[in-house]
Ligand binder design. Structure first.
Ligand code: SF4
Ligand code: SF4
Length: 116
């Protein structure tokens, strides 16, 4: 069975959207009332064994592997931009050592300058 290929133009559009480079040409009228989920990330570094699952699978690319080591000699994740956390909970779900938990928060779409 042959492979399915996306047309180049569609692929280009999807790449730009995924990269967040697309500017919205209009804003929702109820923008001030829309609340979007945001997570507050907590990493318990001493529990981490440096498997990298959180770094690999966070859909927002919030983590990188730290150059620091914990007391066990493993490199815990470092948060690059906590404002990007969408409170999906995937990192906490995947972490085999229960080293991450996410507190739910939310913010107004109006506060999110990146959508403008
Ligand atoms: S909750 Fe989701 S978006 Fe936030 S850091 Fe974890 S995996 Fe990334
Ligand atoms: S998933 Fe858990 S154990 Fe693995 S690197 Fe991330 S915090 Fe450490």
């Amino acid at each position: 069975m042959g492979h399915f290929h996306l047309p180049d133009t569609l692929l280009g559009d999807l790449t730009r959207i995924a990269g967040g480079s697309v500017k919205y040409w209009r804003q929702p009228l109820d923008k001030d009332r829309i609340r979007v989920p945001q997570g507050i990330i907590h990493v318990i570094e001493e529990r981490c064994k440096g498997c990298g699952f959180c770094v690999e699978f966070c859909p927002r690319g919030v983590f990188i592997i730290s150059t620091r080591a914990n007391l066990k000699g493993y490199h815990p994740p470092e948060i690059t931009d906590s404002s990007q956390c969408a409170d999906c909970g995937l990192c906490a779900l995947l972490c085999p050592d229960f080293a991450i938990y996410i507190e739910s928060s939310e913010m107004s779409l109006h506060d999110n300058q990146k959508t403008e």
